[in-house]
Design a protein around this ligand. Structure first.
Ligand code: RIB
Length: 322
């Protein structure tokens, strides 16, 4: 029920992906479990690790073999420099990454429990200063397979970018996280929407906790004008929904160390695979395998695997139609 990419598609130029999004320095506290209100708790460790949904997704695209440009904004400080350097080391074009003189680089405080589960508070800082240069974006999107965006940069700037991409004939892959309402005219500008169960419910008002519910939620989201939807379900894999119906793809069973950036890793693998011309279902399966590797390593960007490692990882069982 699934197939590997053909040798002709593998011989093509790697897809170009433009990522608009956030860059954060993650301050990661490892704790036995999240403290209750009023409780003081001894943590296990603290680390500063490059993150931010936009930057993580850009890194995932690059490690999957995509040619990636990043649009974003960092502060004029040591964190900003470290985040810019991290992207450069992955071969990502940072020409459209601005440095703002007034705001500090974005920060995320992340508590990671022994179970691998995380809780994140993000302070946008310079991410709030992202501004779309429409003419420059139009040029960047020429020949690009996707514009990728999330919601950690200002909504009105994301909306402008989606409109520019749509008018330029470039497909949009949107991960509306942290979730916010999406204005009606924007829905048909989205080619592929990637949401987790919480985001799916927030956007369509229907529960998406089981594969069956996720399929119905995905159909409700498609009815708003999106071409296809992926509802990610953590350890239970993901549900892919398009005009042909809904399929549940399960995930390999692995021991989670830290789930941070699992969704970003999934999205990068999905974007590159789709850009290569792989089928929707094969792209979803590749994303699930990449995310399964990500959660077995700590941190955001250091845990994002290369394509070669993903291809060596176990194949999940075939999908089931819902
Ligand atoms: O998706 C994970 C990311 O969310 C973290 O790297 C953190 O920066 C927050 O933006």
């Amino acid at each position: 029920m699934s197939s590997q990419p053909s040798s002709s598609s593998a011989a093509q130029q790697p897809p170009r992906i433009v990522v608009l999004g956030s860059l954060n320095m993650d301050i990661v506290l490892r704790v036995p479990q999240a403290p209750s209100a009023g409780e003081t708790l001894l943590g296990r460790s603290i680390a500063h690790i490059p993150g931010g949904k936009g930057a993580n997704q850009a890194v995932s695209c690059a490690r999957e073999g995509g040619r990636v440009s990043m649009i974003g904004c960092v502060g004029n400080d040591a964190h900003g420099l470290a985040l810019r350097t991290a992207l450069t080391q992955d071969g990502i074009d940072t020409a459209a990454l601005r440095t703002d003189g007034a705001e500090p680089t974005g920060t995320a405080l992340i508590l990671v429990e022994d179970s691998g589960q995380n809780r994140i508070v993000m302070i946008p800082g310079a991410n709030a200063k992202v501004e779309i240069d429409e003419a420059a974006l139009r040029q960047q999107l020429q020949g690009a397979a996707f514009l990728v965006a999330q919601f950690e940069t200002p909504m009105h700037q994301v909306a402008r970018a989606l409109t520019v991409a749509h008018d330029a004939g470039c497909k949009v892959l949107l991960n509306p996280s942290p979730v916010q309402p999406i204005a009606e005219p924007l829905w048909p500008r989205i080619d592929t929407l990637v949401v987790n169960e919480i985001e799916a419910q927030a956007l369509c008002g229907q529960a998406a906790d089981s594969p069956q519910e996720a399929a119905l939620a995905g159909q409700a989201l498609r009815a708003k004008g999106v071409r296809r939807v992926v509802v990610t379900l953590g350890a239970r894999g993901a549900v892919a929904v398009d005009a042909n119906g809904a399929r549940h793809h399960s995930a390999p069973k692995v021991q989670a160390i830290d789930t941070t950036a699992a969704g970003d890793t999934f999205l990068g693998a999905l974007a590159v695979a789709l850009g290569e011309g792989q089928s929707f279902d094969d792209a979803v399966r590749l994303g699930i395998r990449a995310a399964a590797l990500c959660i077995q390593r700590p941190g955001a960007q250091p845990s994002i695997p290369q394509r070669s490692a993903v291809l060596q990882s176990p194949m999940p069982p075939d999908w089931t139609a819902l």
